[in-house]
Design a protein around this ligand. Structure first.
Ligand SMILES: NC(=O)c1ccc[n+]([C@@H]2O[C@H](COP(=O)([O-])OP(=O)(O)OC[C@H]3O[C@@H](n4cnc5c(N)ncnc54)[C@H](OP(=O)(O)O)[C@@H]3O)[C@@H](O)[C@H]2O)c1
Length: 283
């Protein structure tokens, strides 16, 4: 049966790489992107490389709960099942910005938006799980989670904003959410997280040229993480694996905080209240 895979932020970098990889493996793709011109260009590129690829494009801005809810409604109307959701979209603005609901942008759009989206897509994932026993959620975390700290005082911003601190918090949140979710999802749905490696992509677009130029020497192409992401989403090797963290480039260890069940559950419950959804009970 053809797999339907939703990829957020699929118009560039690792998301686009995973889309190419999954299209080549015969998956039907749903690209959730905030910029429709870039999204259409991505669709053209994917179909150009894999003629006949099924690619649906839907507007998704993770910095707005209303937008996320509209995306979920449109997705449900067009696709009765989702075999895999890849929470890939992410950004790291140098200046402090805020989501529509007033959350600091990296906490809000990198972490809380995907948290809400994941819960809204559970019905479609459950349909796939009922048919095949195999539906999956993949979260793009980062090695930077290791220096992250969950600080509720900063969820709605702070007077001394540091982009790296906010980014690390959001990526730690992604990994803790993946782990908390793995203990709550119904049978047949799994949750895993990955660090893609230091990848040459648009995520570094706001870095000064002086920093970016030498950094580029150490960055890898999106190819390797794209293959890992595609494998985690639909590959046989990862079927049934849940609550694990994988890396496309060392180091491969997950921080103690990310593995702390009490801290995971605390963040999970707080986030449910912030996103105004019902928290899932531990299985
Ligand atoms: N590159 C690395 O070295 C690295 C390392 C560790 C983890 N990661 C993670 O890997 C993921 C993919 O990043 P990338 O390196 O491929 O960067 P990228 O090329 O900049 O791609 C990020 C994608 O996310 C989208 N996006 C950002 N904010 C969004 C929002 N509010 N709503 C919807 N879409 C949004 C971007 O859309 P636009 O094109 O419209 O901006 C873009 O499509 C991110 O979660 C990142 O944190 C990357």
């Amino acid at each position: 049966m053809t797999k339907t895979v939703v990829i957020t932020g699929a118009n560039s970098g690792i998301g686009l790489g995973m889309a190419h990889e999954l299209a080549a493996r015969g998956a039907t793709l749903v690209l959730g992107c905030r910029n429709q011109v870039k999204a259409e260009a991505a669709r053209t590129a994917i179909v150009g490389r894999t003629p006949g690829a099924e690619v649906d494009v839907l507007s998704l801005d993770l910095s707005s709960f209303e937008h996320i809810r509209t995306f979920a409604t449109e997705l449900a109307a067009r696709h009765d099942h989702v075999d895999a959701l890849i929470n890939n979209a992410g950004a790291s603005p140098m200046q402090q910005h805020f989501t529509e609901e007033g959350f600091e942008m990296q906490f809000g759009a990198n972490y809380l938006g995907p948290y809400l989206l994941t819960h809204l897509l559970l019905p479609q994932l459950q349909v796939a799980a009922a048919k095949t026993g195999d539906a999956r959620i993949v979260h793009l975390s980062s090695v930077m989670h290791n220096i992250g700290r969950i600080d509720p005082e900063t969820f709605t911003g702070c007077s001394r904003y540091f982009a790296l601190t906010a980014y690390a918090q959001s990526k730690l949140g992604n990994l803790m959410f993946s782990n908390a979710l793995a203990r709550r999802l119904p049978a047949g749905i799994t949750s895993t997280a990955m660090h893609p490696g230091g990848v040459d992509s648009e995520v570094y677009r706001e870095l000064p040229a002086l920093v970016l130029k030498p950094l580029r020497l150490f960055l890898i192409s999106p190819d390797k993480p794209s293959k890992l992401g595609a494998d985690l989403a639909i590959g046989d090797r990862y079927r049934g694996r849940s609550g694990e963290y994988f890396t496309a480039q060392p180091p491969g260890f997950a921080s103690r905080t990310s593995r702390d069940i009490g801290k995971q559950d605390d963040l999970y419950r707080r986030s449910a209240a912030l996103a105004d959804i019902e928290a899932l009970a531990v299985r």
